[in-house]
Design a protein around this ligand. Structure first.
Ligand code: AMP
Length: 312
């Protein structure tokens, strides 16, 4: 198994200008795994309650996701509800019920603990830290995500986590909140000083900005005619990004740049339908076609002499 992910597996209630869906399958680990499973082998660590639907377990298995690390225990599955009615790029949380995640103790099999790539998807930072500590050796690449709730209530644990990862993915509002810096490049510099060698700042319809010790890169978002449900866009970005890097083993600057475009490709699909409906039904041809559209979207060719600039 190439990538191990720990994160939420959830039933979400979501309202967007396109409608309201009750108890749809979601969670950070779900979006990440499905997106990454189009490129490489993924193992999921998490917990669900007895209310978890059998057909949802089968869906992960249908994507070749190793769910032997997904425990089913007495109690209710994690639930989140929110809306995007004011701003399509920003979720307003109504309720978060940790339920079975409240006292989840992750235990990794030997196989899981040896995964070369680790994604600590959004969940309580102390849980993310416990999974990192349980790895048999430091994975080749460790990335993590988080959200405003944990900045508010678990900042010390989150700071410790950020100091231990290679890549941090974070929303622009959360980057500002965490660093207390309004200007994004300044916020990114502060985050780079706190541990990771790469920071990916997610900006909704404006795409994602990669800040690294040696280079910066801007990945646009695909100009879709309609965003149906932005839930999971960030996790799907991370799934495409990490899935590409794990599948190719390419952690160079060029690999990270391409990975960011693969991430944007998967995020663009995620928001086209409610929940996981679009990213779980993709064909390789769909992904290739959208990736090519991104190449075209970002293509420009300077012509010779002064890079083609008519400088006087
Ligand atoms: P995003 O990619 O940020 O849109 O992530 C959306 C997913 O995050 C939803 O499916 C929620 O179930 C999940 N989520 C929301 N709040 C939390 C939380 N506090 N901890 C873990 N997962 C969460």
């Amino acid at each position: 198994m190439k990538i191990l992910v720990v994160g939420s597996v959830a039933y979400d209630t979501v309202e967007t200008p396109e409608g309201r869906h009750e108890s749809q399958l979601g969670g950070s680990a779900s979006y990440f795994s499905i997106a990454a499973s189009h490129f490489t082998e993924v193992g999921m660590v998490g917990v669900v309650g007895r209310d978890f639907q059998d057909q949802d377990l089968r869906m992960y298995e249908g994507h070749g996701i190793d769910i032997s690390g997904l425990k089913i225990v007495d109690g209710k599955t994690f639930r989140w509800s929110g809306d995007y009615l004011q701003d399509i790029n920003t979720a307003v949380t109504h309720e978060t019920q940790l339920n079975v995640f409240a006292d989840f103790e992750p235990s990794l099999t030997e196989h899981h603990a040896a995964a070369p790539f680790l994604f600590l998807a959004n969940i309580e930072p102390s849980l993310q830290l416990r999974v990192l500590d349980a790895m048999s050796e430091r994975p080749q690449l460790v990335a993590c995500d988080t959200m405003n709730l944990w900045i508010d209530i678990a900042r010390p644990q989150l700071s410790e986590l950020i100091s231990k990862v290679d890549i941090l993915t974070i929303n622009e509002g959360e980057a500002r909140q965490f660093t207390d810096e309004q200007h994004l490049p300044t916020a990114a510099s502060a985050l780079l000083l706190s541990g990771p060698s790469t920071v990916v700042i997610k900006r909704g319809e404006y795409g994602a900005a990669l800040f690294s010790e040696n280079f910066n890169f801007a990945a646009p978002a695909y100009p879709l005619a309609k965003v149906v449900d932005p839930t999971g866009a960030g996790d799907s970005f991370a799934g495409g990004f990490m899935g590409y890097i794990a599948a190719t083993g390419d952690t160079t600057e060029e690999g990270l740049r391409r990975g960011a475009i693969v991430g944007s490709t998967m995020a663009s699909f995620a928001v086209e339908a409610f929940g996981l409906d679009r990213i779980r039904n993709l064909t390789p041809a769909d992904i290739e076609e959208r990736f090519k559209a991104f190449v075209e979207l970002t293509r420009f060719e300077p012509i010779s002499g002064n890079n083609g600039l008519p400088l006087r």
